[in-house]
Design a protein around this ligand. Structure first.
Ligand SMILES: [Fe+2]
Ligand SMILES: [Fe+2]
Length: 285
């Protein structure tokens, strides 16, 4: 019998034909395998529903955390809801598929490496990961616009009803912290978020200014405070594992075809539990 495995992947970006083919071929190893999908499934609502529906039909459990791309409102998408309303539509779609979201009770993994509470998070960013020499959000954005490195979120990710993304982030942090604080202290967690909980993994971005749109200082200690056995994230499109305070942080992105094709093929599903010590692991950072 195959040992149950907790897998993770992110940044499926199924708007790309080649990525759609990769997702069509994703299958569990055994009947009891779970899959964490850490955001950026696609941009168009129907594409996201297609991919999560397919995965939910194959894996025993799918746990989803939203990426910035799902939350965009592309002008050509028939689904034109924005901001929190769009997030609510995504959550509703997931619930209809049986996919766990950050709004649901956190499922408990009882397979190898467990028990562990699998907590999908949705925390956004608040422009605190600023370029050196900039002192606040306004000066950091001025600097970024000056370099030409500006995330498309600025045009397509609407924060409504919040005035800004950082205000929405503030609300998400309060909600998420209250959920995490209520968990039993003696059960380890797997924290799954589109964004890394610490800034360190962004240091190797080709365009460091992009870190502005990658997370918040306010999640920095969560992996130790909330007893994480592992952290799963995406968004950076730099698949690797780094270790922070003894906790493995897995960046599990598939990424765009132009990113994975030169590597000789798509990164396979990443194994969180039981996990393979030392394989694909970068040095501690
Ligand atoms: Fe992405
Ligand atoms: Fe992203």
């Amino acid at each position: 019998m195959t040992e149950p495995t907790l897998f993770a992947i992110s940044d499926l970006h199924v708007g790309h034909r080649e990525n759609r083919a990769v997702v069509s071929a994703l299958r569990p190893r055994g009947d009891d395998d779970w899959l964490i999908v850490a955001g950026d499934v696609g941009e168009v609502f129907a594409d996201v529903a297609w991919a999560l529906g397919l995965l939910a039909s194959r894996f025993a459990k799918v746990v989803w955390s939203p990426g910035n791309h799902e939350l965009w409102t592309p002008p050509a998408d028939p689904e034109q809801s924005r901001g929190e309303a769009r997030y609510a539509r995504l959550v509703e779609m997931c619930r209809n598929l049986g996919v766990s979201t950050p709004e649901d009770e956190y499922p408990v993994w009882d397979g190898p490496g467990g028990p562990a509470i699998i907590a999908p998070l949705f925390t956004l960013y608040d422009y605190t990961w600023r370029p050196p020499g900039t002192r606040d959000k306004a000066s950091a954005l001025r600097y970024a616009y000056g370099t030409g490195v500006v995330c498309t979120d600025e045009a397509l990710l609407h924060p409504a009803p919040h005035p800004t993304i950082d205000a929405w982030c503030d609300a998400r942090i309060a909600y998420t912290e209250s959920r995490l604080k209520a968990l039993p202290a003696d059960v380890p967690t797997v924290l799954a978020n589109h964004y890394p909980l610490v800034r360190d993994p962004t240091r190797i971005l080709r365009y460091p200014e992009f870190a502005l749109w990658c997370g918040t200082d306010r999640t920095a200690g969560w992996h130790t405070v909330h007893n994480a056995a592992a952290m799963v994230y995406g968004h950076l499109h730099i698949p690797r594992t780094t270790v922070h305070d003894g906790v493995p942080f897995h960046e599990v992105s598939l990424g765009y075809p132009r990113e994975w094709q030169p590597r000789g093929g798509p990164t396979p599903l990443r194994e969180v539990f039981p996990g393979v010590q030392g394989v694909g692991r970068d040095s501690a950072r």
